[in-house]
Design a protein. Structure first.
Length: 438
């Protein structure tokens, strides 16, 4: 059957899918502060970016048992700034997967060496337990499941109870933010664009569209836009490429239709857990998604592009039908009963497919987290919070995890100045790296 599914440009939104969908399943209520700053205001710690990494940093910082021993004056202790609203940057394109980093172990050993790879792998292995502890402690209702289905060599492999899983992204984001504010040590400021960071002695002056203020420590976790608008951080753009990632949400699938196209093992997974994440990670058909059996939907993404404001939906559907072949006929026979939502968002991805973590004095940066699933962001947020405490208390042991991630080497593209040439070359470089050719 030929693939013919027209999508107009008006259907494609550069916005997180949960803000482009009226379903309460994906969008619990939340509203952050939008106040202006007094130029003499002071916040000991400033976090830029309201995604997984930024919110995890804030939560682990304000809830650390050593925080009151640092001698910080004033409340709140830390402020988080987001250009638009929490969960609407690169984290806004997350499918909710709790998984390994994009780079596999062989790629990591090639780039980092065996010892550093083993250390980072050890941290990653504990990320799912960390997420589960957070959701349990703060009573975050986000449908967390620890199961996974992977399509490999023409067959489905199912794992349960391990380090792979899924959760509903935006409820998790709102849960993190709510837990932070309940401590009364944190402030979350939305619709606040940081335009400059100026280092003045031991302090930093933060300039935003809502005024300026002073801070002692900065954690910059704001994705690719952060390094475009803040001069001090623009060097980060030489280590990443910008790609567009698309999400399709197909809704209105009756349970009897799932029964017809899901293989037996996946149907049992759907019935037992209500929903499950799936992936086909082969280089020829990279696709990630989640089957929501209870609410009758499939959400998936594939086919990243470097020009992709209008993703090829037909090719994305073909990817889906490759791993669910029986679904193709069902999809077209019941087309009018579906709602298909498409979004295209730019995200920043390192060439060697590992996060970029750096420290420059009292400024910590975390970038290039897109495509790794949410586990890396949550884990690095905890590491960044402990690193701040490490610097303030002059205790190197507290910051070891952050230091290990910051030791990962990254390729730079500084000789390429023209944006289009740099984008094409970096995209090609990432593909060559993926196949082990560089």
């Amino acid at each position: 059957m030929p693939i013919m599914y027209p999508i107009s440009a008006s259907n494609i939104k550069q916005i997180a899918y949960w803000f482009n969908d009226s379903s309460a399943t994906y969008r619990p209520a939340w509203s952050g502060s939008k106040e202006s700053f007094n130029k003499n205001s002071y916040y000991p710690v400033t976090i830029i970016g309201g995604g997984y990494a930024g919110l995890s940093t804030l939560l682990h910082l304000v809830q650390n048992k050593h925080i009151d021993r640092l001698g910080f004056a004033g409340r709140p202790l830390a402020i988080l700034l987001d250009e638009k609203q929490i969960g609407n940057g690169p984290s806004g394109n997350s499918g909710g997967h709790i998984c390994w980093m994009q780079a596999n172990k062989k790629q990591m050993i090639r780039a980092c060496g065996r010892r550093l790879t083993e250390r980072i792998s050890g941290h990653m292995n504990g990320a799912t337990d960390l997420i589960e502890r957070i959701t349990t402690k703060h009573d975050i209702s986000c449908d967390l499941v620890r199961c996974y289905a992977e399509f490999s060599n023409g067959h489905w492999e199912v794992t349960t109870g391990g380090r792979l899983g899924w959760l509903a992204p935006y409820p998790f984001v709102v849960g993190l933010a709510t837990a932070c504010q309940e401590t009364r040590l944190a402030k979350i400021q939305e619709q606040t664009l940081v335009t400059d960071i100026e280092e003045v002695g031991r302090l930093c002056r933060i300039t935003t569209n809502r005024g300026s203020f002073w801070t002692s420590y900065i954690v910059a976790a704001g994705g690719h836009r952060m390094s475009e608008t803040i001069p001090l951080l623009q060097v980060q753009r030489k280590q990443t490429i910008e790609i567009y990632v698309s999400t399709i949400l197909i809704r209105g699938i009756a349970k009897k239709l799932f029964d017809r196209f899901l293989p037996k093992a996946l149907l049992e997974l759907a019935i037992n857990y209500g929903h499950f994440p799936f992936a086909d990670g082969s280089p020829k058909n990279v696709i990630y998604g989640v089957v929501d059996y209870r609410h009758g939907s499939i959400m998936f993404g594939s086919r990243d592009t470097i020009n992709g404001k209008e993703p090829d939906v037909n090719l994305m559907l073909r990817d889906l039908f490759t791993i669910f072949p029986r679904f193709e006929k069902i999809f077209y026979n019941h087309l009018l009963s579906y709602t298909t939502l498409v979004n295209a968002m730019p995200v920043s991805v390192p060439i060697n497919q590992m996060p970029i973590v750096t420290r420059n004095g009292n400024i910590l940066t975390m970038q290039g987290l897109a495509g790794h699933g949410l586990a890396v962001g949550v884990l690095l947020g905890k590491a960044a919070a402990k690193k701040i405490l490490s610097i303030a208390r002059r205790d190197p042991d507290l910051g070891k995890t952050f230091d290990e991630f910051s030791a990962v080497p990254h390729l730079k593209l500084s000789p390429l100045s023209h944006p289009t040439i740099r984008k094409l070359a970096s995209y090609a470089g990432r593909e060559l790296y993926r196949y082990g050719l560089i």
